[in-house]
Design a protein around this ligand. Structure first.
Ligand code: FDA
Length: 305
């Protein structure tokens, strides 16, 4: 039943019709709940409030799978503007980007050109840019582009997904680059020839990747709302005597708010992933696929911990 619900929401996440309806009519429902605002300027008060509460952020302009060079260029301009505002307003924030929004599906030269402009600004402002990981067919290219940039820029990081069989090997291959890595379980619908179909295997691989990265001295973000993964990380880091400045926890804006603050009180670094923009529909559907209870706060306006 759980798998059916997950597949249903992931199927709906691809609907262009529902996406355009959501953009026209639904933004009010989700603003201040799972997205910070429909543009960056209106999101700043929420980011400042999170920073004030001791939570760092990483901001994401929603929108992916872009098929026009013009839109990819607009997304690039938006990322550059955002980096400059983060710098000017002195926000404690990173930026997250999706390569498909910068032209990954259009042309390699285009995505590299756009990413170069973003990283040049990020370097000037001293802000980390994380390349989110999208679906499996784009994983290889995303990692190639990450490695290319990591040779010249220190301000770029990326994500590995524990549900993919390949991620353990990718972790080994990334080691020489000493990356800042965000580790996640994985949010897309993937077939069993590329991803573990059973949740238990995903969880086991997630733990294994946390342990391997920490033992190899990498700085990692454990990006999960799962108490079992959070406790595992706390116990493991105590056992291995890993200092609290070698890792951080990351959670999505609007999820587990109390837990985020409790971790800060316990002296852990916590970063909140703050999405903004009108194109929130695909992001929201993936959150419903992960946990249908998330629907409660969309319709009742109630945030449960
Ligand atoms: P999971 O869905 O496995 O749930 C396990 C348990 O955790 C649940 O049974 C419940 O007890 C608890 N739980 C989960 N969500 C909860 C909630 N909202 N409230 C209360 N309890 C909850 N994916 C990707 O493919 N590419 C990416 O780049 C990213 N980036 C990213 C950044 C950040 C900061 C986060 C937190 C996540 C991502 N993800 C992602 C998404 C990720 O891959 C994954 O789909 C979700 O985090 C869901 O997995 P969890 O480990 O959080 O819990």
């Amino acid at each position: 039943m759980e798998a059916l619900t997950r597949n249903f929401f992931l199927f709906l996440s691809k609907s262009r019709f529902l996406n355009s309806m959501a953009q026209k009519r639904g933004s009010r429902l989700v603003t201040g709940k799972i997205i910070a605002g429909t543009d960056f300027q209106s999101s700043i008060p929420i980011i400042k409030q999170l920073n004030w509460n001791g939570l760092a952020t990483t901001v994401d302009h929603l929108g992916e799978f872009v098929h026009s060079a013009k839109i990819a260029s607009e997304r690039t301009e938006e990322a550059i503007r955002t980096l400059n505002i983060i710098g000017k307003e002195n926000l404690d924030s990173h930026l997250s980007v999706k390569l498909t929004s910068l032209g990954l599906d259009i042309d390699d030269d285009l995505v590299i050109e756009n990413m170069t402009r973003i990283l040049d600004t990020a370097e000037q402002q001293g802000i980390m840019v994380t390349i989110d990981m999208e679906d499996e067919p784009r994983c290889e290219k995303t990692l190639e582009i990450f490695k290319l940039f990591k040779q010249n820029y220190s301000c770029v990081s990326t994500v590995l997904q524990a549900y993919l069989y390949r991620s353990e090997q990718d972790l080994q291959e990334l080691r020489p680059y000493q990356p800042f890595l965000r580790l996640v379980k994985g949010a897309y619908k993937e077939p069993p020839n590329v991803a573990y179909p059973n949740k238990k295997d995903v969880d086991d691989n997630y733990k294994k990747m946390i342990e391997q990265s920490l033992k190899e001295g990498l700085y990692i973000a454990v990006a999960s709302h799962d108490d079992r993964m959070i406790e595992y990380t706390k116990e493991l880091t105590k056992k291995l005597q890993i200092p609290k400045d070698q890792f951080e926890f990351q959670m999505l804006y609007g999820m587990r708010n109390k837990t985020q603050l409790q971790l800060v009180e316990q002296g852990y670094k916590v970063r909140v992933y703050v999405p903004y923009g009108r194109d929130w529909y695909g992001y929201f559907m993936r959150r419903l696929a992960e946990r249908p209870a998330n629907i409660a706060f969309a319709f009742k306006g109630i945030l449960r911990d």
